[in-house]
Design a protein. Sequence first.
Length: 150
Amino acid sequence: MKVFLEDEAATMALAERFRAALPEKLSGLTVLLEGELGAGKSTFARGLIRAMGHSGPVPSPTYTLVEPYHLPSGIVYHVDLYRVASEEELRFLGWNELDDGLRLVEWPDRAPQLANAADIRLTLSYAGAGRNVQIDGLSEQGMQLIADIN
Ligand SMILES: Nc1ncnc2c1ncn2[C@@H]1O[C@H](COP(=O)(O)OP(=O)(O)O)[C@@H](O)[C@H]1O
Ligand SMILES: [Mg+2]
């Protein structure tokens, strides 16, 4: 599935449609957010976390690596692996324990083995003043979810 997002509002609207396709209770779902700096990964993450009922700020997890959100439908872990350089750092982050919620992962290429166990990949890229997003299902559950996006 490929969508043109003409501005930030379109990215936020896609995040709302994505949210509507998610199961009512979240757990063990991993969504990868790929794309170069400025492509809109954090914007999508903020849109999704807000669409799930969070009303405060959504700070970048660049230094904390993970920001958890305890929301009515479950836990969202906003993860940013930009600064992760080794498997040991990933263990330090406690990745394996983040399996009770939705893992929303920026810069997943820093830990290539994560992609093997992910459900959905969004690849954002520049398109004039807007962005393109390619959405791929990587698992059975991920493909089903994408089919449910209206
Ligand atoms: N669809 C879009 N079209 C144009 N600008 C966008 C779009 N989505 C996000 N932006 C803008 O791109 C900039 C960078 O977004 P950000 O989400 O921080 O990128 P990333 O996390 O990928 O580095 C922000 O100023 C944001 O408003
Ligand atoms: Mg970002």
